[in-house]
Design a protein around this ligand. Sequence first.
Ligand code: AMP
Ligand code: AMP
Length: 338
Amino acid sequence: MGIINYTIVTLGSHSALQILKGAKDEGFKTLVVCTPDRIALYSSYQNFIDEIIEIKSWDEFPKLESKLLKKNCIIIPHGSFVAYLGMDENKKMKVHYFGNKKVLDWEDNRKMQREWMEKSGIKVPHRFRKGDKIDRSVIVKSYGAAGGKGYFTARNQKELDEKLKTYEKERFIVQEYVIGVPVYFHFFYSPITKKVELMSVDKRYETNVDSLGRIPAKNQRGLNIEPSFEVVANIPLAVRESMLADAVDMAQRVIKTSQKLISPKGLFGPFCLETIITSTEEIYIIEISARIVAGTNCFINGSPYTYLLYNEPMSTGRRIAREIKDAIKQNKLKEVLD
Ligand code: AMP
Ligand code: AMP
């Protein structure tokens, strides 16, 4: 079947505009599913969105299953799929899905993710287990892709115990707070070419932690401000080339390990290594995002790094569509779908 017979579909949020623009540039039909409050936004892009299906709330998405099957749709998952639909609903749907659903468990469960990172031989912040003595500053993180929502920091055991008393999340981890700068490396692994491509790099603009420095410490005293890490936007970066070498090396190891742990396919398609780089140039990986991350939205028209590989604007969204197109041409579609 030629690509004309497939429709690329995603939920209207996160990186949908990038995904659908990329799909259209590669010649696919496009469809967005969204809630009423977003109709105005998506209907203003009729140049690359062919169809909009409205649902009252995100949890109605699975009800569209037979309709999407009839249209021969391919779902491109992004940060909203697990956050809004939940893991089980997401896994149950029979519509073609770009990616490996088995990776979802390894992404969502922080303990499994840690095993994956440790087996890849990459540096991770120290994790404290229940009952461990807290001997440094820590950050408490809930499970799943939540854009930094509901995280908090504590300077010592006493502060941690105090804050946990009122913490509502059931599943969380306590991790060493690494002092450095956050840097997010975006990659794409192609099971067809068997290559890891560096797509782009961003940093996040998080409220309120990124503006605490605007108020000098002496003026903050007494205000009782707690840092929070909720992401508002993303900022493009060009990273020191020597650090790129390390990042690419880590990405290759993460992919190789995934092929053993999540055999046989492992992780493929877009992913992100979320790092904190310290003043001694050590790169700590705080998380692997096994899907397209919103930081790639800075590069809908391509990035300095994709320019090195492609003589045309290549976003991560477009790269996904290109992979599907190449797979169709080579009769390997099964290799990239779940
Ligand atoms: P939204 O598109 O804002 O509805 O977000 C969907 C999910 O992705 C939520 O869990 C967000 O917290 C997360 N998210 C959205 N934008 C970003 C971003 N720029 N960086 C990281 N996570 C994000
Ligand atoms: P994450 O959800 O893991 O991407 O983390 C969201 C934000 O929390 C990051 O961009 C950092 O600002 C902060 N953060 C998470 N983990 C750590 C850590 N171990 N040390 C310092 N900051 C962290």
